[in-house]
Design a protein around this ligand. Structure first.
Ligand SMILES: NC(=O)c1ccc[n+]([C@@H]2O[C@H](COP(=O)([O-])OP(=O)(O)OC[C@H]3O[C@@H](n4cnc5c(N)ncnc54)[C@H](OP(=O)(O)O)[C@@H]3O)[C@@H](O)[C@H]2O)c1
Length: 120
């Protein structure tokens, strides 16, 4: 597998939000976007994990704690970004979880929280 080298100014001046940016794919994406010049904001529910991720990302990354399944938290997230940055150029809607379940449950089970996570 080849990994493309980061392009230091590819995202220069852009404001990027990565939901679920405190671990896994979200954290890796946040690190890459920061390396490529973006101002990175991450979100997640656990403050200690967010703090650790911000340290790993460096480059003035910030974290805003919140649950993306909560409309209140989403409103607070976007109004904070608007106040601090005035705009959002990149949104990586990554937050989520996975679990194994019977196909029938996945297709016809109660939507509730899972739908909220996927749709929002
Ligand atoms: N890894 C895979 O093989 C794979 C395959 C297919 C799809 N995906 C999808 O890709 C995404 C990332 O996967 P991953 O393996 O990197 O996951 P991960 O390491 O478990 O990270 C999930 C991230 O999402 C955050 N998060 C979870 N629920 C949240 C919520 N309600 N509100 C805000 N943040 C939330 C977590 O932080 P907190 O827990 O602190 O909130 C964490 O930062 C997920 O949506 C997953 O379903 C992954």
């Amino acid at each position: 597998m080849t990994t493309q080298k980061p392009h230091a100014t590819k995202h220069e001046g852009k404001v990027a939000l990565i939901t679920g940016g405190s671990s896994g794919i979200g954290l890796a994406t946040a690190q890459r976007l920061a390396l490529e010049g973006a101002t990175v904001i991450i979100t997640g529910r656990r403050q200690p994990e967010l703090d650790g991720a911000v340290r790993k990302i460096g480059r003035d990354a910030t974290a805003i704690r919140g649950d993306i399944a909560s409309l209140e938290d989403l409103d607070r997230l976007f109004s904070t970004i608007k106040v601090r940055h005035g705009r959002l150029d990149i949104l990586f809607a990554n937050a989520g979880t996975g679990e194994f379940m019977p196909l029938g449950m996945a297709l016809f089970g109660k939507p509730g929280r899972k739908r909220n996570l996927r749709v929002r």
